[in-house]
Write a protein that binds this ligand. Structure first.
Ligand code: SAM
Length: 279
């Protein structure tokens, strides 16, 4: 296996620091540095960017991001066992890697970052969707980040890029595609990871649009989409009846049939409905 920097191979790093994978922390590590460099390249030109990485673990993707020329990387890691390995990388790339020890769900990394910012991560599966939804639903748009390049379980990646009419189409597709261009840029078999997870994974690249595709209030749209897909097999008139006493009228005013089901409604339809429900 060829290497992309002068640091020890990741298997040695893991052995030296006793980094046996913990399931509770979603630890499935990428040890092939050619692969992590390839993932880093999917994030685009990083030379003028700060990169936020969640869950660097032993630092495979971190090393890819730095070797591919990221201006700076801020890596947020919950598992303290990984910190010495990350310090070693920081020494090899002076002034370019800052490690923040703690929980990505509670820390605010923004004070440590300078624009423009891109996010790149092999996310812990148990918090991946929650982080994505937070990044997609800030009060103001455009968000703090220009792009997100994120590894998910393949099934989650497919939900992000899904089109109306497909089984994967739901809340994630609407929220992602409303304000981003979203594409799957790589798929990876279980064997790419140590230990291998049960299922395949995929890297999704989301580029923030300068403005949402269609006007809508973010909080109202989130409420509409949550209600519609909570009961995805029901007709909209019953799935959404809690949102307005005149829901049939509201649906018609938004150009939707009360008998439609959430799965068939395009992004534009959900935005029109959110506008009708905004006073
Ligand atoms: N980036 C490494 C790689 O690709 O080999 C590790 C990826 S592993 C799928 C997920 C990483 O996220 C682990 O290192 C884990 O300790 C870390 N992690 C889990 N929960 C976290 C949290 N709440 N905040 C920050 N890091 C977390």
């Amino acid at each position: 296996m060829s290497r992309i920097d002068s640091l020890p191979p990741l298997r040695e790093v893991i052995a030296a620091h006793g980094l046996s994978a913990k399931k509770a922390l979603g630890q499935n590590f990428l040890l092939d540095l050619n692969l992590t460099a390839k993932i880093a390249r999917q994030a685009g030109d990083l030379s003028q960017c700060d990169v936020l990485e969640i869950g660097p673990g032993p630092g495979g993707l971190t090393r890819g991001l730095l070797a591919e020329g990221a201006r700076r990387v801020l890596a947020v890691e919950k598992d303290e066992r990984c910190l010495p390995a990350l310090e070693q990388i920081a020494r090899a790339y002076p002034g370019r890697l800052e490690v923040l020890a703690g929980d990505a769900l509670t820390l605010d990394p923004l004070v440590h970052l300078a624009s423009p910012i891109r996010v790149a991560a092999n996310l812990p599966y148990n918090i991946g969707t929650e982080l994505l939804v937070r990044w997609l639903t800030p009060q103001v748009w455009p968000p703090f980040w220009q792009s997100l390049t994120l590894m998910f379980q393949r099934e989650v990646a497919e939900r992000i890029v899904a089109q109306p009419g497909s089984k994967s189409y739901g809340r994630l597709a609407v929220l992602a595609q409303w304000r981003c261009d979203a594409r799957i840029v790589m798929t990876l078999p279980p064997e790419a990871f140590t230990p291998p997870p049960k299922i395949s994974s995929a890297v999704v690249h989301l580029a923030a649009l300068p403005a949402p595709r269609y006007p809508a209030d973010s909080a109202v749209l989130q409420r509409v989409v949550a209600a519609a897909f909570n009961q995805r097999r029901k007709m909209l008139r019953s799935a959404l009846k809690g949102l307005s006493p005149d829901i049939e009228e509201v649906l018609r005013a938004a150009g939707l049939a009360p008998t439609d089901r959430a799965e068939q409604v395009p992004l534009e339809g959900f935005c029109a409905l959110a506008r009708e429900l905004t006073d």
